[in-house]
Design a protein around this ligand. Structure first.
Ligand SMILES: Nc1ncnc2c1ncn2[C@@H]1O[C@H](COP(=O)(O)OP(=O)(O)O)[C@@H](O)[C@H]1O
Ligand SMILES: [Mg+2]
Length: 607
């Protein structure tokens, strides 16, 4: 559950990393820049207050003209009002860009996940994908619409403020700057420590999401084996790791916050000492000292906020890295540049010296599929037999390009399948798997999933296809559902039995009316009687369709014209069932392991 993700962990430099969200901002970047400008103006108003104060102290308050007090007070109140108004304006301005960037990134991730090959999804935990598409995207939204803007605006305000300090008194400003140097030391130390922490925490929350996802998904198994409390323990362990990392992060933030408050105050104390001395020398007026400290007080806010904003920025950076771990994944299974459309549609399927190995395979070990040569003639039904783990499922996933061969080629109607565009290929080759996935949708939409052409068809037309497929797959139970074929079946069809789900998945493959039908033991969850009926009906479909059928049961083998034995990564024998029984020891051995009661072999051998 806790395996590290095979991510590229693209740890780009901070600025280059952050800049990678820019393309998602599009025209909204204009609004973001306006937001920054507004934020700057509001800091400008805040910095204006000390200037008014100086005028007040050195002017009316020094006794020259008491009548000027009220206008000065009015100016200060007005500056405060404008500051508040511009803070409000900034918030309103950046509201929509943040949410729009958020949804663009989410869509890009979803789109990319849909396109990435099955091999990618084999490697990645769903919780990691979920947390990246969710939590990390939210982090980025907060950073774009708040962190980024305030970081830029506050940094500029600090520079402006320090410049103003210099106009009041270069000596005091210099003292202030020198005394502030330790802040940069603590800041950069924080940066390197916090970057690693935030990545670790975000990865950990991904593992927590995986733990939740797996236990919800496997709730029946966990319940039935009384493993609910174990699963809770594992979850609690994951969550407590996450909690620990958050505490460590919080502590790091608090420590930086401590220095960001205390160091400027220390600097001010040093300035006060120098200021008093300068005033006694007559180099500085009371008003100037007053204004200097008022400006420094205004700066305290932005300086303190830098710690929080820096943390937010670093979190957004690791969020961006985590998202680009996904977006940077190359999709190797793509349409060819110039797809071919072969003239004949006979449906012959030929494997030519096909190799396949998972990229996680040890180098030096033989490939899982180590040179498959197999010809399935047009209209022929070929059963595929092999022990568990021999690679049957992988082999059946190859003709539809769920995985690509690592060497060799597969020909459909004499054309390398990589020369078809994927949509064409996948309408020609339909699959049904042992593990039948159904979507939260009506039975009708689930079964007609592969029929893009029926999207604009009349109800009668689609009903004809639907009913025929349901009938062949012995899935007439559908008509007893509350709303018949329009009943929405639960998430992943959980409310249906395994056998019912398999029959719908089979109906889906049949409804697609493919040239080549690939069935990975889609009858395994059926009772013997239903299986026999489905097989009888399938025989009719299979008579006209080229088919490759993985058989875990002897009765499925009986559907086939010929049988291929997959053994040690190669097709060890091909022939009719009785031929193989007569000639291949290995076949007899594999078949007997499938045929628990031995009836099947004895009747055939004696026949
Ligand atoms: N992502 C993967 N990385 C490495 N090996 C894998 C991966 N997925 C499956 N395998 C291995 O590939 C082998 C073939 O699997 P499969 O085609 O499902 O066999 P079958 O359907 O014949 O039982 C199995 O031994 C399995 O452990
Ligand atoms: Mg299998």
């Amino acid at each position: 559950m806790n395996t590290p993700q095979p991510s590229s962990q693209s740890n780009s430099g901070l600025f280059r990393g952050l800049a990678r969200v820019l393309p998602f901002a599009g025209s909204d970047s204009v609004r973001l820049v306006i937001g920054m400008a507004i934020a700057l103006v509001s800091s400008g108003f805040a910095l204006g207050i000390p200037i008014a104060l100086e005028a007040l102290v050195d002017g009316p308050l020094s006794g020259n003209d008491p009548s000027l007090v009220w206008p000065a007070v009015g100016v200060i109140a007005l500056l405060g009002l404008f500051e508040a108004l511009f803070v409000y304006l900034r918030r309103v301005t950046v509201l929509t860009p943040g949410t729009r960037i958020d949804s663009r990134i989410r869509n890009a991730i979803y789109d990319h996940l849909q396109n990435l090959p099955v091999a990618f999804h084999d490697k990645w935990q769903s919780g990691q994908l979920l947390s990246r598409a969710h939590t990390d995207v939210s982090l980025i939204r907060r950073w774009v619409s708040f962190g980024l803007i305030m970081l830029v605006a506050n940094a500029i305000a600090i520079v402006m403020g320090v410049a103003i300090l210099f106009t009041w008194s270069p000596v005091l400003a210099l003292v202030f700057l020198v005394c502030s140097i330790p802040m940069f030391v603590f800041g950069s130390r924080f940066r390197s420590r916090f970057a690693g922490l935030s990545r670790a925490a975000q990865d950990q929350w991904g593992d927590v999401a995986t733990a939740v996802e797996e236990s919800v998904h496997g709730i029946r198994v966990l319940r039935s084996f009384g493993r609910g409390s174990d699963s809770l323990e594992r979850f609690a362990e994951q969550a407590s790791k996450g909690k620990h990392l958050e505490v460590v992060k919080g502590r790091a933030r608090a420590t930086l916050g401590f220095w960001l408050v205390w160091i400027p105050d220390l600097a001010l104390a040093a300035c006060l000492l120098t200021g008093v001395w300068l005033a006694s020398e007559g180099d500085l007026t009371t008003g100037q000292i007053f204004a200097f400290f008022a400006t420094a007080a205004v700066l305290a806010g932005p300086i303190e906020s830098i710690g929080y904003l820096l943390a937010l920025t670093l979190e957004a950076h690791s969020g961006i890295n985590r998202i680009f771990d996904i977006l940077d994944e190359k999709n190797g299974i793509v349409d060819p540049e110039s797809p071919t459309t072969p003239k004949n549609h006979s449906g012959s399927l030929i494997f030519e010296n096909v190799h396949f190995s998972h990229d996680s395979a040890q180098p030096g070990t033989p490939d899982l599929l180590d040179g498959i040569n197999l010809e399935i003639r047009p209209g022929e039904t070929m059963a595929l037999v092999g022990v568990t783990g021999s690679g049957k499922t992988i082999l059946t996933a190859l003709p539809g390009r769920l995985y690509d061969v690592t060497a060799g080629r597969i020909l459909l109607d004499g054309v390398d399948i990589r020369e078809f565009d994927l949509v064409t290929l996948r309408t020609r080759v339909a699959m049904a798997f042992e593990d039948a996935t159904l979507f939260s949708d009506s039975v009708r939409n689930n079964v007609l999933l592969g029929r893009h052409d029926l999207r604009d068809a009349t109800r009668a037309e689609s009903d004809a296809v639907l009913n025929q497929a349901l009938s062949i797959a012995e899935a007439e139970f559908v008509f007893d559902l509350p709303e018949g074929a329009d009943t929405v079946i639960g998430e992943q069809g959980l409310s249906l039995s395994g056998g019912q789900r398999q029959r719908l998945a089979l109906a889906r493959a049949i409804a697609a009316a493919p040239e080549v039908l690939v069935l990975d033991d889609p009858l395994s969850a059926l009772d013997v009687e239903t299986e026999a009926r489905v097989e009888a009906a399938l025989r009719k479909v299979l008579a006209t369709t080229t088919a490759l059928v993985v058989a875990h049961r002897p009765s499925t083998v009986m559907l086939a014209d010929r049988v291929a034995l997959l053994d040690n990564g190669v097709i060890a024998a091909v022939g009719t069932h009785s031929e193989l029984l007569a000639t291949s020891d290995r076949y007899r051995h594999v078949i007997s392991s499938l045929d628990a009661d031995g009836k099947f072999i004895s009747t055939e051998v004696t026949a």
